[in-house]
Design a protein around this ligand. Structure first.
Ligand code: GRF
Length: 203
């Protein structure tokens, strides 16, 4: 099975996938990495791993629909089995999302349904939460609203800065995203209506 990874920045989750594939823990290949920003460091990570890359700059498009259409065409040239959003900082049209229904994932740094959207670490601290975390979920047209597959929890300490908390969360991210992709690539995980279902017969 092959995965297309969409990024906008550092690409630590992409790196975790590359490392998991090299370690035999993720039995898949990365068909391509696409970024919407030329300066995304993840593009360098992909090149170092000999993975095809594309930069599709949203600023070159008039509107969201035309960008998403071009993105879809680019992805489909590679015929991936699934799409992994990994720090891809764009809202996607329902048409795009529905085209990949049941085979597109996102990683979101909160214990969904808490804190959809941006600045999740800041909100957890400001609200005095004692725990925070990260979720991997199937993507549906509702932003950060698709069925959650797995979550990892971390403690929030009284004197945490946003950066310290983010680092603690990211340490978990690199474990859970490759795991979910492995489950999916092994055919053990499906999206049904509004739930993520593990097929026990294939465990
Ligand atoms: C991660 O914190 C992820 O949860 C969020 O964006 C960040 C991406 O980091 N969706 P990286 O580019 O994978 O390092």
């Amino acid at each position: 099975p092959s995965i297309c990874v969409l990024i906008s920045g550092n690409g630590s989750n992409l790196q975790a996938m590359i490392d998991a594939i090299a370690a035999g823990k993720l039995e898949a290949s990365i068909a391509c990495v696409i970024a919407n920003r030329a300066d995304a460091y993840g593009l360098t990570r992909a090149k170092l791993a000999d993975i095809p890359t594309h930069c599709l700059d949203h600023k070159a498009f008039d509107n969201r629909e035309s960008y998403d259409q071009a993105l879809m065409e680019l992805i489909d040239q590679h015929q991936p089995d699934c799409i992994a959003l990994a720090g891809f900082m764009r809202i996607l049209t329902a048409e795009f999302v529905n085209h990949y229904a049941g085979r597109m994932f996102n990683i979101h740094p909160s214990l969904l349904p808490k804190y959809k959207g941006l600045h999740t670490h800041r909100q957890a601290i400001d609200n005095g939460d004692q725990e925070h975390g990260v979720s991997v979920h199937f993507v549906t047209p509702e932003l950060d609203g698709g069925p959650v597959v797995i979550q990892s929890r971390v403690p929030v300490f009284a004197d945490d800065t946003e950066e310290e908390l983010a680092a603690r969360v990211q340490e978990q991210e690199r474990h859970i995203y490759p795991l979910v992709l492995q489950w999916f690539c092994k055919g053990r995980l499906v999206m049904s209506e509004n739930a993520a279902i593990m097929d026990e017969r294939r465990l």
